[in-house]
Each structure stands twice: as C-alpha cells, then as structure tokens.
Design a protein around this ligand. Sequence first.
Ligand SMILES: *[C@@H]1O[C@H](CO)[C@@H](O)[C@H](O)[C@H]1NC(C)=O
Ligand SMILES: *[C@@H]1O[C@H](CO)[C@@H](O)[C@H](O)[C@H]1NC(C)=O
Ligand SMILES: *[C@@H]1O[C@H](CO)[C@@H](O)[C@H](O)[C@H]1NC(C)=O
Ligand SMILES: *[C@@H]1O[C@H](CO)[C@@H](O)[C@H](O)[C@H]1NC(C)=O
Ligand SMILES: *[C@@H]1O[C@H](CO)[C@@H](O)[C@H](O)[C@H]1NC(C)=O
Length: 416
Amino acid sequence: MESRSKAHVSWCILLEITVAVLFCSNAQAAPLKITLDTYRNCIDGSILSFSVSCCPGVELDLNVTVVDFIPKRDRLSGHRIRKALQCLTGEELRTYTEKLTRAYELMRALPSSDPRSLHQQELTHCAHGTGSFVQDGLKADSNFTLDIHSSWIFLPWHRMFIYFHERILQKLLDDPTFTLHFWNFDNGLDGRTSSTEGCSEPGHFFPGIYNDNSTSTFEPSRSNRTRVLNVPIDLTFPVMFSEADPAVALRCVNEAVPRNREAMHLAMQKGRVSRDFFGIPFRYGDVRPPMLVGGGSLEYFPHNSLHDWVGGFMRTPLRATGDPVFYPAHANVDRLWDVWMKLGDGRELLQPTDPDWLDAEFLLWDENRVLRRLKVKDVLNIADLGYSYEKVYDASWIFWQNSTGLVSSAMAPTQP
Ligand SMILES: *[C@@H]1O[C@H](CO)[C@@H](O)[C@H](O)[C@H]1NC(C)=O
Ligand SMILES: *[C@@H]1O[C@H](CO)[C@@H](O)[C@H](O)[C@H]1NC(C)=O
Ligand SMILES: *[C@@H]1O[C@H](CO)[C@@H](O)[C@H](O)[C@H]1NC(C)=O
Ligand SMILES: *[C@@H]1O[C@H](CO)[C@@H](O)[C@H](O)[C@H]1NC(C)=O
Ligand SMILES: *[C@@H]1O[C@H](CO)[C@@H](O)[C@H](O)[C@H]1NC(C)=O
C-alpha cells in the first residue's frame, strides 16, 4: 500500500501511449468483460510513472458466486427522485443531512474487508481506473488492462458504480427510499431568474451538506477553494498534468458564471458523431486508452475540471471515491447524460448501438456484499433502475450563444 501515498497525482495522466497505439485494435473485437478471474488476476496499476496497488481482492474473499443483476427485477422500492442539493430546504434538508451524515459514519466504520466500506469503494474505482485489471486471457502487461475513463465506458460504468453506492447507503440506513441527491454544478443562475417548474437556485457553490468539517461527509484534503465563501466552482479550471495543486486565481460569480455556462454549452452541444459525446470505443483486446484523448465531451470539462478544482483525493482516480462529494458530483454527470439524450436534434441517435458497448460486462458489489454482474445495456434507462432526476433550469447553459472564444482556448489541456 506504500505507493498509494503518492496520491497527489493529477486526475489526468500523461499521454503515455501514443495515439498510434490507440488505433491499433484487436481484429477479434468483443465486448469488455470483467469476471472473477479479472479480480483474481489484478496486478499493480500505474498512473503517471507511479505504480499503484489497489487490488480489492487483497482484503476481500473472492471465493464467491456472482449473481446477475436485472434492474427491473432487483429494484428495492418505488420510484425515487434524485434532487438538486441546493433546493433542499427546511425539514427536508434537515432530515437529509442527518441521514447522509449517518450513512457515511456507518460506511466509514465498516471493516476494510467489507466491500461496502468507503475504503473498498475507493479501491474498486482505483483498480478500474489505473490499469490494475488485465483483460482476461491477455498478456499481463500494462497494455491490455482496463480503464473506465477516456472511452465510451466512462458514462455507463460510473452510472453503475454510483447506483450500487446509493443502494449501500440505503442498506446502511435501513431505508430503501434514501436517494443520492446531486450537486447541480452546471446551474449558474442567480436564483432571480424564474423558471416555471423545478429548481432554479444556483447550484455552482460547493454543496454545504458536504462542507461541514464536523461530519462524516467532509474530506479534509480538499483544496481550500471549496471553503471560500461565495466562490463558485470553475468548470474551466485547468486540467493539469502536474502533481501540485495549481494556484489558479479564484473566479467570483460574475466572472465564473459566463465561463461555466459556455463550457457546459460546448460539452452538451450536438456532436457530429457518437464519440464526440460518448468517447472512443474500447473493446476487448484494445490497449488501455490514454487519458485526455478518447473521452467524450463531458469527461474533461466539466468532469475533470471539477475533480481538479475540488482538489485533494478528488484530483486522482486512486482516491477520488474516498471523498463523499464524488457521488453527488457524479450523479450530476449521470443526469447530464440523461438530459443530453432528451435535448433533441437527433442526439439520442448518437448513443452507441454497437454490441461491443451494449454487452460490455462489469462486476460490482451490492448492498448485501454480493458480487453482481451487469451489462451496459442494463443501465441505459434510469427508470428501470428506479430513479429519475428533479427538473432543474438547464436553460442556464442550453441557450448560451455568446461564445467569447476565451473558454475554448482555456479548455485545451496544458502540457507539463
Ligand atoms: C470456496 O468455497 C467453497 C464452498 O463455498 C469451498 O468448498 C471451497 O473450499 C472454497 N475454496 C477456497 C479456495 O477457499
Ligand atoms: C505495450 O506494447 C508496445 C507495442 O507493442 C510494446 O512496445 C510495449 O513494450 C508494451 N508494454 C509492455 C509493458 O509490455
Ligand atoms: C472547521 O470549520 C470551522 C468554520 O466552519 C473553522 O473555524 C475550524 O477551524 C475548522 N476546523 C478544522 C479542524 O478545520
Ligand atoms: C489556500 O491555501 C493556499 C496554499 O495552499 C494559500 O496560499 C491560500 O492563502 C489559502 N487560501 C485561503 C483562503 O485560505
Ligand atoms: C449576448 O451578448 C449581448 C451583447 O453583449 C447581450 O445583449 C445578450 O444579452 C447576451 N446574450 C446572452 C444569452 O447572454
């Protein structure tokens, strides 16, 4: 575990592998498939030039039976609505804060041999995101490993992961109606703009529920940016290659909001082809995709920029899921995928229909410590998973037309 202390490696990795290698794909393409053998054959992964050790199986019993997960059959309760955190008020806010902090107290207290512990949630994402899992049957070198970033796997895998995380929170609270509300970081309205329905309060401030240093949802490694009053998230924050937390001037609301709206507009605009929004294909036999090349338009800005702006654990795939704010942030990324599918102009037709995407298969632990098998095609309809998202004022960025050009140049990744 010694190498995990080098955790302050940027979320974004060097382009270790050339673009040429990226397009060298296996002639016998097939869907990616994680099996018990993948878990058992886990190796040290890598990020930048560091070796990382985060195989979940070191502490977990892998002599288990995998059970298929069938969303409609395995739903726990009625339909749940994931709400925008900034619009919770009064009694609802009080109750939610109590439950959320209680759930993370319980999750942090689980032994590290429990796959539901926050520690194991951290290792699960780390192993999937640092090339620790070798594609079954292929040479155990860093080429034929897996990464759940920088390809069309990014959106569906993270949907699965936070869905099971939410079920674990429900189980720990013994409350199947408990819902993972989202950080509506893209909503840069000032609250004075009226919308006829839903939540139109600004969502760009670091969510207060996660920012009380006396509770279990707090993570002290976060950048002090997250604690400065009235400073919103900067979705154009540089996605850096360096290890240090960059000293970037704070942007106040009047400066950050136009930039955030423009960044969101660019991320959500209609792509010409599927990979613009979803990312490049990643199939069995392909080499691990290099970061900052193959991801879809949500992945670098706003997703990576958010991770880097929050800082601390959130800056690196090794530790990001050990910060409880990872989950409401990713619930919003998940929501943005759902919103994008309904924006029209033929966007929904760009969602991949390739069987190598639809049948890509993953294993994740559920709330009863059972390892569940599910495919990308099982999670494409969130109603089947029993949840939807509260309506918020997405017009914050949909109708943005005043491109200054400042943002798109700021959004080019910078070399070290
Ligand atoms: C795995 O579990 C089965 C029964 O659950 C047991 O018979 C077997 O010995 C176990 N194998 C190992 C390697 O522990
Ligand atoms: C990955 O593949 C490339 C090209 O085939 C090869 O040069 C390199 O040595 C491989 N990496 C490892 C760690 O084996
Ligand atoms: C916790 O936050 C309060 C303000 O909200 C601050 O005064 C205090 O110094 C913080 N404690 C630690 C240990 O950071
Ligand atoms: C945040 O931390 C940096 C150094 O890491 C320091 O220079 C800066 O003054 C701090 N800002 C606040 C508001 O505490
Ligand atoms: C775009 O800029 C013009 C001129 O600066 C301004 O009048 C208009 O309100 C802006 N539109 C939006 C959507 O912000």
